[in-house]
Design a protein around this ligand. Sequence first.
Ligand SMILES: NC(=O)c1ccc[n+]([C@@H]2O[C@H](COP(=O)([O-])OP(=O)(O)OC[C@H]3O[C@@H](n4cnc5c(N)ncnc54)[C@H](O)[C@@H]3O)[C@@H](O)[C@H]2O)c1
Length: 251
Amino acid sequence: MFDLTGKVALITGASRGLGFAMAQGFARHGATVILNGRNAEALEASALRLRETGAAVHTSIFDVTNSEAIKAAVGKVEAEVGAIDILVNNAGIQHRQLMSELAEADWRRVIDTNLTGPLLVAQAVSPAMARRKSGKIINICSLANEIGRPSIAPYMAAKGGLKMLTKSMALEWAKDNVQVNAIGPGFFKTEMNTPLVEDEAFNSWVCERTPAGRWGDPEELAGAAIFLASEAANYINGQIIYVDGGFLSSM
Ligand SMILES: NC(=O)c1ccc[n+]([C@@H]2O[C@H](COP(=O)([O-])OP(=O)(O)OC[C@H]3O[C@@H](n4cnc5c(N)ncnc54)[C@H](O)[C@@H]3O)[C@@H](O)[C@H]2O)c1
């Protein structure tokens, strides 16, 4: 049920962090993975790490905010590797600043990357899925879809928007047998969160506030992604699965 043999999976922002961990999980379950990123060197180093484990890995360089570059890259992948069965919209950025000091450009950058990016990549990938009457799209949301804290307004707005964009995609593409779901990670130890992990007070707060008593390991996100990408999830559509050590259920 969870076998991904013969499937082609495109994961955006996959040279490191959660994207890389999901790519690794997909590859272990038999998929051919396409790592996306903007930096050719970082991407190739990550692809090499995966290939050393025996995985079938390709890279695709594009910025998720650039629709022309996305269309060209997706066309190239479809021609050279094959039809994309699984898309994970994972690329994302954070910008921590109080709204009173927030510049318009920073607001737009976060919304463009975290909300518009997933739309643009899904628009490029979904027509071929619709033609083949088969596809899985997984959007990487956040706890910030539901709750937040001061200083991350653009991120909360973008991820909250991505939650509802997931449902919109699910509604429009269900007829084509494309399932669109999301994963909301809790606090995971990745480069994005390095400043938070290194902040002693914040680190203790995460460990105390999370019922599991610790940060998540990026590899612990892969299970939910494999599940949603597999045939086991063929009748699951428009859902958000939180992988958070119990965080959202706790006061
Ligand atoms: N780490 C966490 O605890 C956590 C929690 C909730 C949600 N998330 C979400 O998970 C996703 C991955 O986060 P992460 O922690 O692995 O972060 P990360 O910073 O380690 O990785 C994000 C990747 O996306 C890439 N990227 C950024 N902008 C891009 C663009 N315009 N085009 C292509 N690639 C781009 C970055 O270069 C990087 O490789 C993000 O969407 C993030 O918001 C992470």
